[in-house]
Design a binder for this molecule. Structure first.
Ligand SMILES: C[S@@+](CC[C@H](N)C(=O)[O-])C[C@H]1O[C@@H](n2cnc3c(N)ncnc32)[C@H](O)[C@@H]1O
Length: 178
């Protein structure tokens, strides 16, 4: 979780640089697991957006809820934890920001495509983070181009990091709030 947190924090910093005036009021963490991206979002904006963590694994949600409750952060303690499957039936409620961290690699190509399209439809900004491996990089490029051609108001500024030899750095893309 600490490594994921750092990777998402770095991607959120790129988003904040691209849109310094923008502050998300609501946030949905898709495939959020124990909520690492939600912790990063709570840290990134002092106003602390209202977050919903969506995942299929109940044990991850339960642990995430427990960690959030122990955090002392009002935003994390107020986060909603929702069990839902990412698939063709996934519908994301309208939200300011969607994070998808280390999730695309776990999905089928069809579910990946649906998730990215749905996230771009539902949110003003989408942040995708994947491992900095060649296939992770390709998934981010695929998500980024799909987002810019289908639903995002402006082309996403890709933020990539070159993989380190022993430990692949994360790679991510953000879409500017439209
Ligand atoms: C590698 S973990 C990443 C968790 C978190 N986003 C993070 O960055 O630490 C992938 C998460 O995706 C969830 N997941 C995978 N496939 C899913 C699906 N079809 N529906 C819902 N959640 C799914 C898993 O339960 C797991 O929590």
């Amino acid at each position: 979780m600490p490594a994921t947190f750092e990777a998402v924090r770095s991607a959120l910093a790129a988003l904040a640089d691209a849109a310094p005036e923008w502050i998300p009021a609501t946030h949905t963490d898709i495939g959020g697991g124990t909520g690492a991206a939600t912790w990063a979002v709570a840290e990134a904006w002092q106003e602390e957006p209202a977050s919903t963590v969506v995942d299929w694994a109940e044990p991850a949600l339960a642990l995430g809820r427990e960690l959030a409750e122990a955090s002392g952060s009002p935003a994390l303690r107020a986060a909603a934890w929702q069990r839902s499957r990412i698939g063709s039936a996934l519908r994301i409620e309208s939200t300011d920001l969607v994070t998808v961290s280390y999730v695309l690699k776990e999905l089928t190509a069809a579910d990946r495509a649906h998730l990215v399209t749905e996230a771009a439809r539902a949110a003003r900004a989408v942040v995708v983070v994947e491992p900095g491996t060649p296939d992770g990089y390709l998934r981010v490029i695929e998500a980024s181009s799909s987002c810019s051609t289908r639903a995002c108001a402006s082309p996403p500024p890709a933020r990539t990091a070159a993989p380190a030899p022993s430990s692949p750095a994360p790679t991510g893309a953000t879409s500017r709030p439209g």
